[in-house]
Design a protein around this ligand. Structure first.
Ligand SMILES: Cc1ncc(COP(=O)(O)O)c(C=O)c1O
Length: 359
């Protein structure tokens, strides 16, 4: 592939060296679980996002599951989930024995504003997903959830670093869940995740659940599991976090090229520019999605589809309902390459090919 969708082996030399140095340091110290690097990572993320409790864990899916368990959501309970998301959001609801109730999204994959119509006497929580990096309008959602007395778990896996009304993604709800999967905006060199919360008791519960129910070694106060972050991943994250703003800046610059160069194509809908958005995925929409994908592929350009099937259409999650916006996005959405390792001239080349396709 001439212009890959994402090739992490393109990381610049300075970053590679800093990561190698960090690896050497951790190896020398010989500490691979807990330790200073983990504490530093949690403190840095907590400070940056103004979250009093930042609890690292093994991955973003676990973060969601830990949040549900800490909120004692389980059999007999319902949780409202957008129809368009990565499966984890619904998967964890089933994993704790509760039932996901799917609701349609708007045209860009954010939970449709009338989601409260899905509330029943069994509803315990709603999980807004800040899809592609764009935030769900949180003040309105929080007001509705409060009125209905249900919990809010933000799935902020794709939106690290986005703010709305001065408040970071993941810090609005009862719990905010982050993923540091390698392809994310802030990605580890492996798996990692985090729960954010303003609530001390909930934070304690999440910490216990993620470490066999123990705060002190061999004192098990509840039945938990192991979902600890690797010290090595926390150490790498401490390096990567330092470059986060720079990488967002680069993504922004590249996205501006797409917005400018593709603006005139009538058969193409570009993602809205939004203040409360980070730049994670640049998803365009066209009815000729599959043909365009094929055309770009045959010209050496990698693209991706996030996601080709809405969750309630996947047989193991099957559910009936009006999911027309989400389904349309799954049929028409195409993610163009957007990452800090791309050159501006490569993005110009992608734009040229997209224009050529529509001409
Ligand atoms: C919206 C969403 N939720 C949850 C997850 C789960 O995160 P992880 O892959 O770290 O388990 C992801 C990322 O894969 C995601 O994109």
């Amino acid at each position: 592939m001439k212009i890959p969708f994402l090739d992490l082996s393109r990381m610049d030399q300075a970053l590679q060296s800093a990561l190698k140095d960090k690896f050497a340091k951790v190896l020398e110290e010989g500490r691979f679980s807990f330790g200073e690097e983990v504490l530093t990572f949690e403190k840095r993320v907590g400070d940056r996002l103004k979250s009093p409790h930042a609890i690292s864990c093994a991955n973003g899916t676990d973060a969601l599951e830990l949040a549900l368990r800490a909120l004692t959501i389980g059999p007999g309970d319902e949780v409202i989930v957008p129809a368009m998301t990565w499966v984890s959001t619904a998967e964890v609801v089933l994993m704790v024995g509760a039932k996901p109730i799917f609701w349609d999204t708007d045209g860009w994959g954010l939970l449709r504003a009338d989601w409260e119509k899905a509330i029943t006497s069994k509803t315990k929580a709603v999980i807004p997903v800040h899809l592609y990096g764009k935030m769900v309008p949180m003040a309105k959602l929080m007001a509705k959830a409060k009125k209905a007395n249900i919990a809010v778990i933000e799935d902020a896996a794709q939106a690290f670093g986005a703010f709305q009304d001065g408040k970071a993604t993941g810090t609005w709800g009862d719990v905010g869940c982050l993923s540091f999967y390698p392809t994310k905006n802030l990605g580890a060199l492996g798996e990692a995740g985090m729960c954010l919360t303003n609530l001390k008791d909930l934070a304690e519960q999440i910490r216990l659940l993620s470490n066999h129910g123990q705060l002190q070694r061999d004192e098990h106060t509840l039945v938990g599991r192991n979902s600890r972050i690797d010290t090595l991943q926390a150490a790498f994250m401490n390096v990567l976090l330092e470059r986060f703003d720079e990488f967002q800046g680069k993504r922004k610059k590249l996205a501006e090229i797409y917005w400018e160069e593709l603006a005139e194509i009538k058969e193409l809908t570009l993602p809205p520019k939004a203040e409360d958005s980070n730049l994670h995925l640049f998803v365009i929409q066209t009815e000729k999605r599959d043909l365009l994908k094929e055309f770009l592929q045959s010209n050496g350009v990698g693209t991706a589809i996030h996601y080709p099937t809405i969750v309630p259409d996947i047989p193991v999650y099957q559910q009936e309902g009006d999911f027309s916006n989400a389904r349309k996005l799954s049929q028409n959405g195409l993610s163009l390459p957007l990452n800090p390792w791309l050159e501006e001239k490569e993005v110009m080349e992608v734009c040229g090919l997209v224009r050529e396709f529509f001409e």
